[in-house]
Write a protein that binds this ligand. Structure first.
Ligand code: FAD
Length: 517
């Protein structure tokens, strides 16, 4: 094989090809044509176009292979050709993701045993459920007064549909029952509604789930100045005199290292590996890795009352790509008085398997209530300089505890889930239960945004790291609030603001900050 060549210099180096890294590439392709962009991704490309959601892969075995290839060094999804790795710790591990082999819990703490990541072009965005709710109340980010406009733009990039399953047979039933139960006690803008989803329905009814491919869009794929490098791991951000000036990339195909100079570097490598990369680069602001925030999650299942007698109800939709069509996905929005985010969806469409046997698929819905965490500086991921992880980077060690307030919120969420279940039908199981931390797949806060540099944030309102000009962070780690709703839409919104800032500075021909968020 001819060795790959890497550019010696680009304008913008983007680390990670999930939805937020892709958003930087997209917005810069739109606003700054001619700007040279390189997207480096540690994992392989699974699809053509790169970054597609694996649910769009019709062939089941091909889909399993794609999931397996996303699972890092010790893949666990069984395919026709390869048996599954049995995880002796029996932690919840979703297809397409891998968990930390150890270091996820320190003695005497709760830890985040199910803390997961994906290592593939498209990141977790090749495997996600595509729920795209908007934050409300204390979930919102004060440092961005323009958040709503940014969220509009994020919806465009992600291809969000407001009510893609409005005509699903039971979607009205679910929404009306939940609305009757909850709406009277909440403001109108937080009424129960359909969950906005990053999915498009084609004229023939087929569904296309959005992955990073949708975020990149044709404008990035057609941009001759933009290049995606799969199996290319960024080991270090180069910082000189307080400025990011490039990255060191390891070609995972042959193990060679390459220096790529850059005017701007965007670290969009997920909420564990972005702080890990900064740490490895000697960029260690006091808040790095702190205020780590996983959404404690309460779940339950219920069989819908008075539905399920028609022939269509008997269709077993597991394995279909259109499985959420029967009951849709409903949303009980977060409010400050009820600081949790409710997601109600057909159980067999959920990535969270709650019961093994689903008697009449489509009539059984899963209820997942994600809670806002009581944020603490002591909840943190730190990195061991003397040990390495499976990718040869400083080893993550997670410190994490639930507080009394977290336990009170979970108890309140349990009562709310119980009410929802009783409103919908007959509960399967005795009581709602808490999933292991990390199961939400929504951990945040480790590179958080702040309005001012007071030691409690890593970056400012444009996502540029305090004290390191030209270094931007992206992803759920940037979210500073106790957000309970699914975070991707918000993270993409924050990425839009960061990309606009870079575009503005490139247009002015200056690397240093001249505008403010
Ligand atoms: P990621 O998508 O995690 O991408 C980061 C990328 O960086 C990865 O591809 C990784 O391999 C790469 N990388 C890491 N380190 C390096 C390095 N050193 N060099 C180069 N590359 C590197 N969110 C929602 O909002 N709604 C949902 O309904 C939802 N459902 C989910 C369901 C599942 C099963 C899963 C797995 C996730 C779900 N999520 C959901 C979470 C969502 O997928 C993430 O919030 C989103 O993908 C984050 O985007 P990102 O670009 O910040 O990070």
């Amino acid at each position: 094989d001819v060795p790959r060549s890497f550019p010696s210099a680009v304008d913008v180096a983007i680390v990670g090809s999930g939805p937020t890294g892709a958003a930087y590439a997209r917005v810069l392709s739109e606003l700054s044509p001619g700007t040279t962009l390189a997207v480096f991704e540690v994992g392989p490309a699974l699809t053509d176009p790169p970054g597609m959601h694996v649910k769009n892969i019709a062939d089941l075995d091909e889909r399993l292979v794609a999931q397996r290839r996303s699972e890092g060094v010790h893949p666990h999804t069984a395919t026709k050709a390869e048996a599954a790795l049995t995880d002796p710790t029996k932690r919840v591990v979703r297809p397409g993701t891998h968990v930390l082999p150890d270091g996820f819990r320190q003695p005497g703490e709760d830890g985040i045993p199910a803390l997961a990541m994906s290592s593939n072009v498209g990141g977790m965005g090749a495997h996600w459920t595509c729920a795209c709710p908007r934050p409300g109340g204390a979930e919102r980010i004060d440092a961005r007064p323009d958040l709503d406009e940014l969220l509009d733009e994020a919806e465009r990039l992600l291809g969000v549909s407001r009510d893609p399953f409005g005509d699903a047979p039971y979607s009205d039933v679910v929404r009306e029952r939940l609305g009757a139960e909850f709406d009277a006690e909440r403001p109108a803008d937080r009424y129960v509604r359909s969950m906005p989803l990053a999915v498009q329905r084609r004229a023939d009814g087929a569904l296309t789930w959005s992955g990073a491919d949708v975020v990149f869009g044709d404008v990035t794929r057609d941009n001759p100045a933009a290049t995606l490098f799969p199996e290319a791991q960024v080991r270090r951000v180069l910082v000189e005199h307080g400025r990011a000036v490039g990255v060191v990339v390891r070609d995972r195909r042959d193990g060679t290292d390459h220096e790529v100079r850059a005017r701007f570097v965007v670290a969009a490598a997920d909420a564990v590996r972005t702080p890990q990369l900064l740490h490895a680069s000697g960029v260690r602001p006091p808040a790095l890795g702190r205020y780590l925030n996983d959404q404690p999650q309460m779940v339950f299942a219920v069989r819908l009352r008075d539905v399920g007698s028609t022939a269509a109800d008997q269709h077993d939709p597991r394995g279909d790509t259109a499985i959420v069509q029967q009951s849709g996905v409903s949303w009980v929005p977060y409010t400050d008085a009820n600081p949790f985010h409710g997601q109600v969806m057909q159980l067999d469409a959920s990535p969270v398997p709650i019961v093994g046997d689903v008697p009449a698929p489509g009539t059984v819905v899963g209820l997942g209530w994600f809670c806002g965490k009581d944020l603490q500086a002591t909840d943190r991921v730190e990195f061991d300089d003397d040990a390495v992880d499976e990718f040869g980077m400083p080893k993550p060690l997670v410190h994490y505890t639930l507080t009394d307030r977290d336990r009170a919120t979970l108890a309140q969420a349990a009562r709310s889930v119980r009410r929802a279940a009783d409103a919908l039908g007959e509960a399967l199981g005795d009581e709602p239960f808490v999933l292991p931390s990390g199961a939400s797949l929504h951990y945040q806060g480790s590179t958080r945004m702040g309005a001012v540099d007071d030691g409690t944030s890593v970056c400012g309102p444009t996502s540029e790291v305090w004290d390191v000009e030209g270094l931007f962070v992206a992803g759920n780690g940037v979210i500073p609030t106790p957000m309970a709703c699914n975070p991707t839409l918000t993270s993409v919104a924050l990425a839009v603001a960061g990309a606009r800032e870079i575009a503005a500075r490139l247009a002015q021909g200056v690397e240093t900050q001249t505008t403010s968020g």
